[in-house]
Design a protein around this ligand. Structure first.
Ligand SMILES: NC(=O)c1ccc[n+]([C@@H]2O[C@H](COP(=O)([O-])OP(=O)(O)OC[C@H]3O[C@@H](n4cnc5c(N)ncnc54)[C@H](O)[C@@H]3O)[C@@H](O)[C@H]2O)c1
Length: 259
């Protein structure tokens, strides 16, 4: 049964969304949600075949394409904007959802590891905002969603470079939300709690799983589809029109937990 009110409020028909990291666990689910809500979607990721796999699932009402990208190479992000404009003429929404993690004891964190995590999580988010944000500011509209983490503001054991990078993502998000507010470009951050995915598989040993579940009031991991409603709200030009520079949690209560 169709619901015109909800379509008007949350629909993306005629809009174009680019999801960087759209072949990942959370990014693919957000890309699926955007396509189901009517957006044309560019699924961009490091492995083209995996992006094409996501695209194959999404063939339906909207147009969806795959694009290869390495977020540590600025030129590939610029090429992604160019390819998106060639295909769809404009970009209304960007999701920065590539990410990498590591769980090294603090005294053992090498410069190489620190730089790699910061490059993928923070510098690439900055490049995505800079490249796509310029297009949106010139057009006079758009929305960017940066995927941060509960670890951005809450100290979390073992993931030092990751947490520092995500804190940087929140700072960048607030600054750009302020900077572009009058240009019609909104920038927000979504902080997921814990969702089993590739980048955290190696970290989720038995002890850590028990610790996480004990500290999550809902007592379970999140399911990727549970992020989609918040992502659509924050990217929506109507439902989200007065929301910018904000940080939004989808974490089963993790950040509300003390003892
Ligand atoms: N899963 C969680 O519990 C959780 C919690 C908080 C935040 N996050 C964040 O959500 C985002 C998505 O992660 P996920 O959990 O879906 O993990 P994932 O491993 O499934 O996805 C990560 C994505 O990043 C991409 N990526 C990594 N390095 C890249 C590079 N150099 N170039 C292009 N793409 C690259 C991977 O290809 C993959 O698509 C990340 O920013 C992550 O930090 C995840």
């Amino acid at each position: 049964m169709s619901n015109t009110y909800l379509d008007d409020l949350f629909g993306f028909t005629g809009q174009t969304a680019v999801v960087i990291g759209g072949n990942g666990t959370l990014g693919a689910e957000i890309a699926r949600g955007l396509a189901r809500a009517g957006a044309n979607v560019v699924v961009a990721g490091r492995e083209l075949s995996r992006c094409e796999g996501v695209v194959a699932e999404l063939r339906g009402g909207s147009r969806v394409i795959a694009a290869a990208i390495d977020v540590t190479e600025h030129a590939t992000i610029a090429a992604l904007l160019a390819a998106s404009l060639r295909e769809f003429g404009r970009v209304d929404a960007l999701v920065n959802c590539a990410g990498a993690n590591s769980a090294t004891p603090y005294f053992d964190v090498s410069d190489e590891e620190w730089d790699r995590i910061l490059a993928i999580n923070l510098r690439a988010t900055h490049w995505g905002c800079q490249v796509f944000g310029r297009h949106m500011v010139e057009r006079g509209g758009g929305a960017i969603l940066n995927i941060a983490s509960v670890s951005a503001e809450t100290p979390l054991s073992r993931v030092f470079a990751y947490s520092a990078s995500k804190a940087g993502v929140l700072s960048l998000t607030r600054n750009l939300g302020r900077e572009w507010a009058k240009a019609g470009v909104r920038v927000n951050a979504l902080c997921p709690g814990f969702f089993p995915a590739e980048q955290n598989r190696a970290i989720l040993d038995e002890t850590r799983v028990a610790d996480i579940l004990r500290h999550t009031p809902m007592g379970r991991f999140g399911r990727p589809e549970e992020l989609v409603g918040m992502a659509l709200l924050l990217l929506s030009p109507r439902a989200g029109s007065f929301i910018t520079g904000g940080t939004f949690y989808v974490d089963g209560g993790f950040t509300a937990m003390t003892i």
